[in-house]
Design a binder for this molecule. Structure first.
Ligand code: ADP
Length: 861
């Protein structure tokens, strides 16, 4: 920096000159010939072309003087180079503008001067073409114009050739870049040194740096330079580097003379390293600034940076960015691969520990991995089980099906569920598994295969089987229990039949009052016993889910009245007020099982009376508006002993009687409410109790009943005894076949009918009855017991009906007598051809009523 007094204008001019790099042979020659032409034109003996640079005026061409010795004492050409017009000094010694002596050149004095500025790009004066003559003189306008035109030619030539030079240089830069780009593989950081070196050479700068910038920190990742001032790994805050500007503008930044700018002189980089010139471009990877590519030098860059050089740096930075990007992608892939490998290793470690079979397959369904547990099921080693080998471990009965289903799941990329039985290829041991597999998707969402588990269900399957057997046993036991109870009921009913019947007869006999009392007690006790038998039979049927609900049209009013009649006497006896009400809006006719509804009401009202010593029992029927299901609501409210809270739930369990002390006092079986609850629920309703000890209880039940209509009503079962016929009215003697294996029962019926005009023929079993029927042929009526040895009643009836059909005989009415008191039994009787049905123990009136009904129907009376 020898000259410090240069004006900015001049500096620019000189920088331009430097950048043009015009010192080459062809230019000098051209300059020489133009100089000579102009000198001859203006008739001057000497002349030269001077170009200014910062250090000296360089004489590029001379005419008439020895250029090597050329010495110019004063420099008029410097003045020429300050302006844009020719400078003509006719007499140097007498010119007012310049008080100077004649110019001394090569020891000669020259007093005439003509100078023409060399102007390039229309604004920069590069230098001057100067001509001298010894004597003062003038130039014509023409001479000045012609000379100026010739000098312009020099300017144009300079421009042209400088452009050429620049384009040459640019193409050289590009070639350099090309050479960098070819064959650079692997880690790009290994090659960045070369990038930097090329850059410093092409740009003629000292340092080249590639930085990585993260979180405001600038880190040198590659560097080249004349010394070790900056090394790889050097870190600084971005704000303290020249890059700060690059970052904020996200574009290439150049400084050519940092020291020139007062503000920049305090910049840490300038303070520490005196870096005068700088060119930096951002390295942008995937749209984000990765770092910067910087070239710098302590030397002032007088010529600045051409746009080609800027371009060069930008291309280099893009190239570097590209390299980094590619490298990062490779790294990522590698990482992903390693991650995959790691995750597979982790998976495998886990899978080996799991107590279930685990397997992986490829997208085409071939096994790629099985864990130890899987191989144990199969009795195979790893290699054997891979691919399609696993199929051999499937039980041969299932193999084909499993392979087919598996192939489908793999093809359709579906989940797979199947119970698969493995058969160990070594030991033949069977492992029953529940196999579940699910498709594995890769990042692109495509199925990469399946992952699955085989849960060992052998023990569960075994357990389930034993459970099934146990359930079956239990069911059979339950059936046996039901059967036992049903048989017991029959066995108990048969003797009961006699007891009730004879007690009835006795009670109605003309005996002393004392005996009548005994007979009544006998009758009521046997009736209690009979109810108990009925309850046990009911609950056992319910437990076996063998009870069905009938749908018949009935009158709710009639039903309730019938029930109330039953309890009128017991209530009266205890001094209780028994009342009922059917609220407005309740339909009269419904379709439902009136027998079961009656049973439920008898139970509830019976309990209410049983557990109430004084006060009242009230029954109300209304439409259901409670939370309980169903459309009809019944309530039975008493003022009795009440039920403690803690037992209000358990009283609905079979054989549970609530508070124990109550049981002792009141008797009972604890079955009533259990049956009631089941029946109510079967009829679409529910039961609820609310009670206060010592105040009373209220049982609410709801039922879901279909609307009925006025029509044929089921005759009330609860007709009062006195309404029944006590004696049949008939015109002719009827012949009756009485079939029962129990002589007591036959005798009882004989006694019932002894006052009637009947001819009774007896048979002990179905076989005997059938023969009698076949050969005597004139029976008006048959009483047929159902449970009998040799041939039971069911079979006998079937044979009788068949015979009638075969022989075209008139149909003889049959009344079945049975100890089985269930609807199902009744249904069966009607199915095989009975006309009426009487449940043992039969009473006299019911026998007479049945005969009356049957014979009336048949027009025999
Ligand atoms: P049982 O009456 O034959 O014992 P239930 O199943 O009908 O069987 O009744 C179970 C128990 O519920 C009865 O033993 C009694 O403790 C209680 N209970 C039922 N109804 C009433 C009532 N209206 N008042 C008081 N306690 C009752």
């Amino acid at each position: 920096m020898s000259k410090t007094n240069l004006t900015e204008f001049k500096e620019k001019r000189v920088d331009l000159f430097n950048s043009l790099k015009i010192f080459n042979e062809p230019i000098i020659e051209t300059f020489d010939s133009i100089l000579e032409t102009v000198a001859i034109l203006v008739k001057c003996p000497i002349g030269f072309i001077s170009i200014d640079n910062t250090r000296d005026q360089i004489i590029t061409s001379s005419f008439g003087v020895n250029s090597k010795k050329l010495k110019v004492s004063d420099s008029l050409f410097l003045n020429t180079a300050k302006g844009f017009d020719p400078l003509i000094i006719e007499d140097i010694e007498n010119d007012e503008r310049f008080s100077m002596k004649a110019q001394r050149i090569d020891n000669e004095n020259y007093r005439f001067y003509a100078g023409f500025p060399l102007i390039v790009k229309g604004k920069y004066v590069l230098g001057a073409l100067s001509l001298y003559d010894k004597e003062p003189r003038k130039l014509t306008e023409n001479e000045v114009r012609l000379a100026s035109n010739l000098v312009k030619g020099i300017s144009q030539y300079i421009e042209m050739s400088s452009e050429l030079t620049i384009s040459n240089k640019f193409s050289i830069m590009m070639e350099e870049i090309q050479s960098l780009n070819v064959g650079v593989r692997g880690n790009p950081f290994d090659h960045f040194q070369k990038f930097l070196e090329k850059g410093t050479a092409v740009l003629d700068l000292e340092y080249g740096i590639i930085s990585h910038i993260q979180d405001g920190i600038y880190k040198v990742i590659e560097v080249t330079g004349p010394d070790e001032q900056i090394t790889v790994g050097f870190e600084a805050e971005v704000e303290n580097t020249y890059c700060a500007e690059v970052l904020s503008r996200k574009e290439t930044v150049v400084f050519s003379n940092v020291g020139m700018h007062p503000k920049m002189c305090s910049h840490p980089v300038y303070v520490n390293m005196k870096l005068e010139s700088y060119i930096g471009a951002p390295i942008i990877v995937k749209g984000k600034v990765f770092g910067t590519l910087n070239y710098s030098s302590r030397i002032i860059r007088k010529s600045g940076f051409s746009k080609e050089e800027v371009k060069f740096v930008e291309i280099l930075s893009q190239l570097i960015a590209k390299k980094i990007e590619t490298w990062q992608a490779v790294e990522e892939k590698q990482e992903a691969f390693e991650e995959l490998q790691n995750s597979f290793n982790r998976f495998q470690t886990l899978a080996e520990l799991l107590p279930v079979g685990v397997f992986l397959t490829s997208a085409d369904g071939l096994a790629k991995y099985q864990n130890k547990r899987w191989l144990d099921y199969a009795g195979m080693n790893k290699e054997e089980a891979l691919g399609e080998g696993w199929v051999q471990a499937i039980d041969s009965n299932q193999r084909e099906e499993v392979a087919k289903k598996w192939a489908e799941a793999a093809l359709n990329e579906e989940e797979f569920y199947l119970n698969i039985d493995f058969c160990n290829v070594e030991t033949g041991e069977v492992t029953r598994t529940k196999t579940i597999a699910t498709p594995l998707r890769n990042r692109g969402g495509n199925t990469a295969g399946h992952i699955g588990v085989n849960l060992d269900m052998t023990k569960q399957v075994e357990y389930e089987r034993s459970l099934r057997e146990a359930t079956k046993d239990a069911q059979e036991a339950s059936k046996a229990k039901s059967l036992f109870l049903a048989n017991m009921s029959h066995e108990i009913r048969t003797p009961l039949n006699s007891i009730v019947g004879y007690a009835d007869l006795l009670a109605n006999s003309p005996l002393p009052a004392e005996y009548i009392q005994y007979a009544s007690t006998l009758r009521s006790s046997s009736e209690v016993l009979l109810n108990l038998v009925n309850d046990i039979l009911d609950i056992s049927k319910i437990e076996a889910s063998a009870i069905s609900i009938d749908d018949r049209n009935f009158s709710l009013v009639e039903l309730l009245e019938g029930v109330m009649d039953i309890f009128a006497w017991p209530a009266k006896e205890k001094g209780l007020e028994l009342s009922y009400n059917i609220e407005d809006g309740v339909e009269e006719y419904f379709i439902g099982d009136s027998t079961r509804i009656t049973q439920v009401l008898i139970n509830l009202i019976g309990n209410a009376i049983k557990f109430t010593q004084e006060g009242s029992v009230r029954v109300v029927i209304k439409e259901n508006s409670s939370d309980l299901p169903g459309n009809i609501h019944f309530s039975v409210t008493d003022s009795g002993i009440g039920i403690p809270d803690e037992v209000s739930e358990s009283i609905f369990n079979a054989f549970d009687q609530g508070e124990k002390s109550t049981t002792h006092q009141h008797g009972g079986t604890g079955l009533g409410l259990a049956i009631t609850k089941e029946l109510v629920e079967l009829m679409g309703g529910a039961i609820h109790v609310s009670s206060k000890v010592g105040i009373g209880s209220q049982f609410q039940i709801t039922l879901n009943l279909k609307k009925g209509s006025i029509g044929p009503q089921q005759s009330s079962k609860h007709k009062k005894e006195d309404e029944l016929p006590t004696k049949l009215e008939k015109t002719k003697k009827l012949k009756i076949l009485l079939v029962d294996d129990a002589i007591n029962n036959r005798n009882l019926i004989n006694v019932y009918l002894k006052n009637e005009n009947f001819d009774i023929v007896e048979a002990e079993n179905g076989q005997e009855a059938f023969y009698l029927f076949k050969y005597e042929a004139d029976f008006d009526l048959i009483f047929m017991d159902l449970q009998m040895p040799v041939l039971d009643g069911f079979e006998a009836i079937k044979k009788i009906r068949q015979l009638e059909e075969d022989k075209k005989r008139v149909r003889t009415p049959i009344i079945a007598l049975t100890a089985f008191a269930l609807k199902e039994d009744m249904d069966r009787c009607f199915e095989i051809g009975c006309d009426e049905y009487l449940t043992k123990p039969v009473k006299k009136n019911s026998v007479l009523e049945a005969i009356d009904k049957i014979l009336n129907k048949n027009g025999k009376l």
